[in-house]
Design a protein around this ligand. Structure first.
Ligand code: HEM
Length: 147
């Protein structure tokens, strides 16, 4: 219950500004693992990662990711209700060539964004609360890879 309060409280402000926060998160992700950029765009299309980060496809995907996080925060009391949606979402990511191992890096990027955006409000218990929720989301998405 404490976890839920921490997550809801911190998302209240971030959720109002989804795109800029999502851009921080994915910029960090591509810094940590530049190879992931190639899953969105072929190398020739983006000469620099800066090009990619400002492209409409990228911003669209960032928006989609933030809406999934928003849905998870809104459904904290009943995350299993998102199970089918997340499993299908996992399937779609398998189809575009994402590996489940990459979700660990995505988690790091998520925490980085929270830390940047929340400043002093970012505490160890808050970090743990987000990690717990994120791991539930990732576990559900990862079931999309099962044969
Ligand atoms: C779709 C890549 C992580 C949510 C896509 C697409 C690509 C992609 C290439 C298809 C094109 C598009 O719709 O923009 C990646 C990569 C990721 C990643 C490389 C990191 C390793 C995530 C995460 C979430 C997410 C963590 C949410 C928690 C979505 C959604 C769609 C999507 C909602 C649209 C699916 C649909 O069309 O129904 N992703 N993604 N993605 N992604 Fe991701």
């Amino acid at each position: 219950e404490k976890d839920k309060e921490l997550i809801r409280g911190s998302w209240e402000s971030l959720g109002k500004n989804k795109v800029p926060h999502g851009v921080i998160m994915f910029s960090r992700l591509f810094e940590l693992d530049p190879e992931l950029l190639t899953l969105f765009y072929n190398k020739t299309k983006c000469s620099s990662s800066q090009d990619c980060l400002s492209s409409p496809e990228f911003v669209e995907h960032v928006t989609k990711v933030m809406l999934v996080i928003d849905a998870a925060v809104s459904n904290l009391d009943d995350l299993p209700s998102l199970e089918d949606f997340l499993l299908n979402l996992g399937r779609k990511h398998q189809a575009v060539g994402v590996h489940t191992q990459s979700f660990a890096v995505v988690g790091e990027a998520l925490l980085y964004m929270l830390q940047c955006s929340l400043g002093q409000v970012y505490t160890a218990p808050l970090q743990q609360a987000w990690l717990n929720m994120y791991s539930i989301v990732v576990a559900a998405m990862s079931r999309g890879w099962a044969k």
